[in-house]
Design a protein around this ligand. Structure first.
Ligand code: CMC
Length: 441
């Protein structure tokens, strides 16, 4: 089959496909978004032609309409609701961005105040939920705890499970955004054997998170404003990223009308993998293994070797074929955080900068358009601030919850609700006769 003949009539753009097997021609509509590539509407393909499209990994498939996030991977542009990520990172804050992702516009002062208050009022978790933690081993990975405990929220908040009720959907949304830092900090405290710290609603979202992570009952704790701002910026940068693996997981889980807590738990599970959000932890582990600038060429060679499964973690992206704009902001932020902490010559940061320099001059990375992604510098910042590497992906999951929920709401708001159900190209055996047990060789 060949795709050809892109015809443009006055108000309808179409593409004609010709099936060379039977010379059948069929016209498909081409739909345009606000910006970005047009899409071929293949919804009637199976009905009309008994054909499926084939696109493992969805490299060329738009799975939905969305008005939340736009990425131009060739130019390295990321926008939420039309605002550039660089501007949001410097001018806005995570609560502001969460509101905008969810409701479409930046909040005015009244809306902002109400939203912040709503979030603060839900920052506690049920006391009974705290007992869950005792069931985990002390050395459990915090992402394992996150998947379990967030999924378990559906066993606690029965009054926000009915997805057909907008009030319940809203309540579940507020609960999830509000409780993620609490659940995450508790996972950390459990691992290190310290008492859980209750939320402090006098603090900002990120200030409160830092306090729940790093304070102990024996001492007063005041969050360092520079670090508080750095974490807030990190949260802004991670808040949404259109139809990535975890977001698509949330949408797919949600398309079956599963409850929001279960959907977000599914998103967390998907995020955990090293090809996705788990890469930030993998970057730091990789830098520790490399250990010294002199060994960089050895690891660059490994990354280029087709027979070696090693990849340069924090490099490359399905969509960005240019510098990830989030990585640029984080590189700057790393300088500021390390300066504030008085560790500007931090060896891992030096190593990361040198690794980036060498990789970006290498023909392999240039040709394949592999640039640092959001996960490359985030671990450096987090480690310098005292977060263990096992918490890095959790630090991605907290802000991404706002994006997941925005996408989930958007999906549920569509006029036609369809369960997500991809098709396949079957490559197994055709029908054959059953072999009874005593006749099998
Ligand atoms: N190091 C070495 N080679 C690489 C890398 C890398 N980090 N990334 C891609 N390549 C090569 C890959 O081997 C392939 O080569 P060839 O065409 O010769 O087979 C080519 O580049 C294209 O790679 P791909 O795996 O087909 O691309 P993809 O779009 O399916 O994968 C990716 C994207 C992010 C999974 C991949 O670049 C990767 O594994 N990177 C390392 C993990 C990482 O940093 N992940 C975080 C992604 S950003 C944040 C997030 O999504 O959570």
């Amino acid at each position: 089959m060949t795709a050809s003949d892109k015809t443009k009539s006055a108000n309808k753009n179409t593409i004609t496909i010709i099936n060379n097997k039977n010379n059948q021609r069929h016209e498909l509509d081409i739909l345009s978004g606000t910006v970005g590539p047009d899409v071929i509407d293949v919804r009637k393909l199976y009905h009309d032609l008994n054909l499926f499209t084939y696109d493992p990994g969805y490299t060329s498939t738009a799975s939905c309409d969305s008005a939340i996030t736009y990425i131009d991977g060739e130019k390295g542009i990321l926008m939420h609701r039309g605002y550039l990520i660089e501007e949001l990172a410097s001018e806005s804050d995570f609560m502001d961005v969460s509101y905008m992702l969810l409701f479409g516009e930046l909040p005015n002062a009244r809306q902002q105040k109400r939203f912040n208050t709503e979030i603060k009022m839900q920052s506690l978790v049920d006391e009974q939920l705290m007992r869950f933690y005792n069931g985990f081993r002390r050395d459990a990975h915090p992402m394992a705890i996150m998947v379990g405990v967030v999924g378990a929220l559906s066993a606690f908040y029965h009054d926000s499970l009915d997805i057909s009720d907008p009030k319940q959907r809203h309540l579940a949304t507020i609960r999830l955004i509000a409780k993620m830092p609490t659940i995450a900090a508790m996972a950390y405290k459990y691992a290190i054997g310290q008492p859980f710290v209750y939320p402090d609603n006098s603090l900002s979202y990120t200030g409160n998170f830092l306090k729940m992570m790093f304070s102990v009952p024996a001492e007063d704790y005041i969050p360092n404003p520079v670090l508080e701002r750095a974490i807030d910026c990190l949260f802004v940068l991670h808040a949404d990223h259109e139809q990535n693996a975890s977001t698509s997981t949330v949408r797919l889980a949600g398309s079956s009308q599963a409850n929001p807590f279960a959907c977000i738990a599914a998103g967390i599970a998907s995020l955990w993998g090293p090809a996705h959000g788990g890469a930030n932890e993998a970057v730091l582990n990789m830098l520790k293994v490399i250990g010294d600038k002199e060994r960089i060429p050895e690891f660059i060679a490994k990354a280029k070797d087709r027979n070696d499964p090693f990849r340069l973690m924090g490099f490359g992206h399905r969509v960005y074929k240019n510098y990830d704009p989030r990585a640029k902001v984080l590189k700057e932020s790393a300088h500021a955080v390390l300066k504030e902490l008085g560790v500007e010559d931090q060896p891992l940061f030096e190593l990361a900068l040198e690794l980036e320099r060498i990789a970006l001059e290498d023909e392999y990375f240039i040709k394949k358009k592999l640039f640092p992604n959001v996960d490359f510098y985030s671990g450096i910042i987090l480690q310098a601030m005292g977060f263990p590497s096992s918490m890095f992906t959790v630090m991605f999951a907290i802000p991404r919850t706002a994006g997941w929920l925005s996408q989930w709401h958007e999906m549920l708001g569509e006029s036609v609700q369809k369960i997500g159900r991809p098709r396949q190209r079957y490559t197994g055996k055709d029908h054959r006769k059953f072999v009874p047990k005593d006749k099998r060789v």
